[in-house]
Design a protein around this ligand. Structure first.
Ligand code: NAD
Length: 307
């Protein structure tokens, strides 16, 4: 049941934060399937301190020793243009961008410093933006591009002590959803993943026996499928992956309640129909805002006793 072998010959893949964890697993995989890979890593600590060329070099050496094609880049993703420049100089273009680099600055909201907030935004949000922005003209010109932005359950659901990280990670969902809409006509597809895997980032927050069953290698296949040319339609999605489970998440909208938009639309009127507002028994699954003009017409047509 392994399915067809999806290969990446003639594709240039940029993986940010590829010196360890998930990024390393992606880089090794894409190279083993024929891609030319840019192994980007700043080489700092998981809190974003320091820098070293070693992390990226080790992965490049491993790829080359196995007969694959790879170059290293040591810039912070905040300078995404330099990372894409490395791809263009070494391999002529870029086809796939895996925005994976990340750090943590966990601390309760009460104790959070501006520096903790700012650095998380810089690495996750600005970094993904900068890399995508620099890759975009190449994607448009060649009418081919695939982007993965790395979100997190923390962003989708919130997570104690991670308000900076949560905000950044949900921000990446918004970035993905919009790039998906703007890129579609140029065959640029962009999806977000929320992975769960053992890495230095999770080793302090999950027990060893759980981590033993959460290999980064089990995130690789879904990411590889989404950025492969055989994926022609999956765009703007959010995918949860971990422990051999892959699922798609989506927005759900309740049918909602209608109120006549006049002076009778009071907070008390809202309260009266609150159960309808939050009733998900006849939901819809939108990929855009509600049809407010159509709804307004229906609301205006309500009689005086409908409030
Ligand atoms: P990791 O710490 O092993 O890997 C992150 C890599 O990014 C490191 O090698 C690090 O040096 C690099 N990096 C950090 N800042 C960088 C910068 N400014 N520029 C370039 N490289 C930089 O952690 P991981 O678990 O493999 O995380 C990969 C991604 O997955 C991150 O975005 C993380 O937030 C996300 N994520 C991971 C999990 C999980 O369960 N492991 C869960 C949700 C989200």
């Amino acid at each position: 049941m392994a399915g067809p072998e999806l290969r990446f010959d003639d594709k240039v893949v940029v993986v940010t934060g590829a010196g360890g964890g998930l990024g390393k697993a992606y880089a090794l995989f894409f190279a083993s399937r024929g891609a030319s890979v840019v192994v980007n890593d700043l080489g700092g600590s998981f809190k974003g301190e320091g820098a070293s060329t070693k992390a990226a070099d080790v992965v490049v050496d491993e790829i080359r020793a196995a007969g694959g094609k790879a170059v290293a880049n040591y810039d912070s993703v905040e300078h995404g243009d330099k990372i894409i420049e490395t791809a263009v100089k070494a391999f002529g273009t870029v086809h796939v961008l895996i925005n994976n680099a990340g750090i943590l600055r966990d601390i309760s909201f009460k104790n959070m410093k501006d520096a903790d907030w700012d650095l998380i935004m810089k690495v996750h949000v600005d970094g993904s933006y900068k890399c995508a922005k620099a890759a975009w003209p190449h994607f448009r010109k060649q009418k081919y591009g695939r982007i993965i932005n790395t979100s997190s359950a923390a962003g989708l659901f919130g997570s104690f002590g991670q308000c900076n990280y949560s905000a950044a990670k949900l921000g990446l969902v918004g970035l993905s959803e919009t790039l998906a809409k703007e890129g579609a006509k140029y065959n640029i597809l962009c999806n977000a993943i929320a992975p769960v895997a053992a890495s230095r980032m999770t080793q302090t927050v999950m027990p060893e026996e759980v981590l033993a069953n959460l290999k980064p290698d089990w995130i690789v296949p879904v990411v590889a499928y989404l950025v492969h040319e055989s994926n022609q339609h999956e765009n703007g999605g959010i995918f949860e992956a971990g422990a051999g489970h892959v699922a798609k998440l989506r927005w759900e909208r309740s049918k909602g309640a209608l109120y006549k938009p006049d002076s009778t639309m009071t907070p008390g009127a809202i309260l009266k129909k609150w159960d309808q507002v939050r009733d998900f028994s006849s939901p819809s699954y939108p990929d855009g805002p509600a049809d407010f003009m159509g709804l307004l017409e229906q609301a205006m047509a309500l009689g005086p006793n409908d409030q």
